[in-house]
Design a protein around this ligand. Structure first.
Ligand code: GLP
Length: 261
């Protein structure tokens, strides 16, 4: 079972998660971070960047792996995840660009791109802390409903819902690519610690299905129930459809200091 923390707002969760990341980097300067895109983790990345500067932490050895990328968008396109990760993570935090990887969505090499990305993750020793958001349909990375729970990095077709959800980043929904390359659910589950964040009522159904529903390919995030070390941060709106909230609150209230994250 995931550890479920119900926070008052996004800022509270971002602070806890950014502290966790900075402490982990200080403890292990070669930490391997799993990076999610989307708006949910942006507050975390901003706070990590501030804290790293303030504390003069050496991040030159930290490695990063993004979850996913659109197929067919140039790496220079402002909505490509190469661009997004570079401008929200690599540059502000001061990571070494060669240490930060994003799946390659170039159509000409797409057939090998998944297997190559898997090799890179493996060669790094595996992801230590994986930051995750969740799509309104329960996707993690870009693993849409129906994705195999043991899938590896590969090409997927985005649902119309995901394209509509992500249209806000583009001028028009027609500009949102139809295909993506994403770490598989099996890949994500190999990270040592999964940290999922979800805020606002638009995520409440996906959160309830993921945490309290059956483990099913129809809610890809429900695969997190199989992982031995998952921490979930949600606000009250995202928690609205959960049944076991009293217990989650009780557990958090009684969390011993020595337990850590
Ligand atoms: C995209 C990303 C996911 C992300 C999801 C939620 O589809 N591929 O990794 O979790 O959006 O986005 P947001 O955080 O903006 O709600």
């Amino acid at each position: 079972m995931s550890e479920v923390i119900i926070v008052d707002d996004e800022a509270e969760a971002s602070k806890i998660v950014s502290d966790l990341l900075v402490k982990s980097i200080i403890k292990n300067p070669e930490l391997v971070l799993g990076l999610a895109t989307g708006s949910t983790p942006l507050g975390v990345y901003k706070l990590v960047a501030e804290s790293i500067k303030e504390k003069h932490v050496d991040v030159s050895g930290v490695r990063g792996f993004a979850l996913d990328e659109y197929v067919g968008l140039s790496k220079m396109h402002q909505e490509s995840y190469h661009f997004v990760i570079n401008s929200n993570v690599t540059e502000p935090i001061g990571l070494t660009p060669e240490n930060v990887h994003v799946p390659d969505g170039d159509e000409s090499t797409i057939e090998q791109a998944g297997a190559e990305y898997e090799k890179l993750i493996k060669a790094s020793g595996g992801v230590d802390i994986q930051i995750l958001g969740i799509g309104t349909d329960g996707h993690i990375g870009f693993n849409e409903p129906g994705s195999s729970l043991s899938s590896r990095t590969r090409i997927k077709t985005l649902t119309e819902q995901t394209r509509l959800d992500n249209a806000r980043f583009f001028n028009d929904v027609d500009e949102v690519p139809r295909h993506c390359i994403t770490q598989g659910i099996g890949t994500i589950l190999e990270a040592k610690h999964l940290v999922l964040m979800a805020f606002k009522s638009t995520k409440s159904k996906a959160v309830a299905d993921a945490l309290e529903g059956p483990i099913s390919a129809f809610c890809p995030a429900s695969a997190l129930q199989l992982h031995p070390h998952t921490t979930v941060f949600i606000d009250h709106a995202a928690a609205a459809l959960l049944k076991n909230t009293d217990y989650y609150k009780w557990v958090y209230k009684n969390k011993p200091d020595w337990q850590g994250w």
